[in-house]
Design a protein around this ligand. Structure first.
Ligand code: NAD
Length: 300
């Protein structure tokens, strides 16, 4: 298929690469030129703009940081029109970014007004899952749109879920990431307690993995440097899922809770921890660097 991919960051670049490998005709665009060069070398066409990249596309996929980027891309701003008004034909629109369900519905309505099918399809599985093509896609939108998207999503992911109407994918993703934020900070807290009490972090990790505290962070994303080969912690927390993005997702969980009068005391605690960690200059590090917050004053 002819697929346009917009946003080639930590997640978007390996996802687009997998679409090239799956034999699709891929054109790409990112504001950062160097991000496009890697895809060009792999055989993708690079666009001079988002409009250019989407020319002739049957499917448009976006993977952008936050809701404002997605709204700006598709709908535009008061002084400039968006991609929806520049598209030729009626490609299927799949936004894989994590944004608020409300933003997804706003973009979905703007798409519907122009006769376009829009799906919110946030992902889980991290950069490792994006590289391996084993992401989980959590899709919101019509059944027909979901069926149309499935073969494309299968080129980048292993588990493809249909959560409900537009915005439902984002609700499920936000619930998942709130739990992830709680699990990662809890794991970091337990490791710091054990190490300060004289345990080896690798030994403690193995014990907790095989015990009732076992969880995804311990299994595949250990936050203590050197415990897990290839983890973000073992490369100085570079790349991966940024602290800023986790703080954003926990903020989305908070907004969602306000809107439906849910109580999220653990999620609020995690949001404050990640927001504090970001404010201390760690927003550009992987979110497992929350471990550093628990290690401050270690030498004293
Ligand atoms: P990132 O910051 O690494 O990449 C975002 C990319 O979008 C950048 O390359 C940036 O230049 C580009 N961009 C921004 N505005 C643009 C525009 N108007 N046109 C073209 N390109 C534009 O972020 P990421 O880690 O790849 O995450 C992307 C989304 O996926 C976020 O919503 C995040 O919450 C979500 N997510 C990330 C992970 C992860 O592990 N990193 C996992 C699941 C979901």
């Amino acid at each position: 298929m002819k697929i346009a991919f917009i946003g080639l960051g930590n997640m978007g670049a390996p996802m687009a690469l997998n679409l090239v490998k799956a034999g699709h005709e891929v054109s790409v665009f990112d504001l950062v030129d160097s991000a496009m060069r890697r895809l060009e070398e792999a055989g993708a066409r690079t666009g001079a703009s988002a409009e250019d990249a989407t020319r002739g596309a049957e499917v448009v996929i976006s993977m952008l940081p936050a809701g404002q980027h997605v709204r700006r891309l598709y709908i535009g701003q008061p002084d400039s029109s968006g991609l929806f008004d520049a598209l030729e034909g009626k490609p299927l629109i799949i936004d894989a970014s994590t944004i608020s369900p409300q933003d997804a519905r706003i973009v979905g309505e703007a798409a519907a007004e122009r006769g376009l099918t829009y799906l919110d399809a946030p992902v889980s599985g991290g950069v490792g899952g994006a590289q391996a093509g084993t992401l989980t896609f959590i899709v919101g939108g019509s059944q027909a749109g979901f069926e149309q998207a499935r073969p494309v999503l299968e080129g980048m992911g292993k588990n493809i879920f249909h959560a409900g109407g537009i915005g439902a994918g984002q609700v499920a993703k936000i619930c998942n990431n709130m739990l992830l934020g709680i699990l990662m900070s809890g794991t970091a807290e337990a490791l710091a307690l054990g190490v300060k009490s004289g345990l080896d972090p690798a030994v403690l990790s193995e014990i907790m993995k095989q015990s009732s505290g076992g969880n995804w962070a311990l299994n595949v994303y250990n936050p203590w440097p050197g415990v897990m080969e290839g983890s973000a912690a073992s490369r100085d927390y570079q790349g991966g899922f940024l602290t800023d993005l986790m703080a954003k997702d926990l903020g989305l969980a908070w907004e969602l809770a306000l809107g439906c009068k849910a109580t999220v005391p653990m999620g609020s605690q995690a949001r404050n921890l990640f927001a504090l960690h970001a404010a201390q200059g760690n927003g550009g590090l992987d979110f497992s660097s929350i471990q550093k917050l628990y290690r401050s004053g270690e030498e004293s």
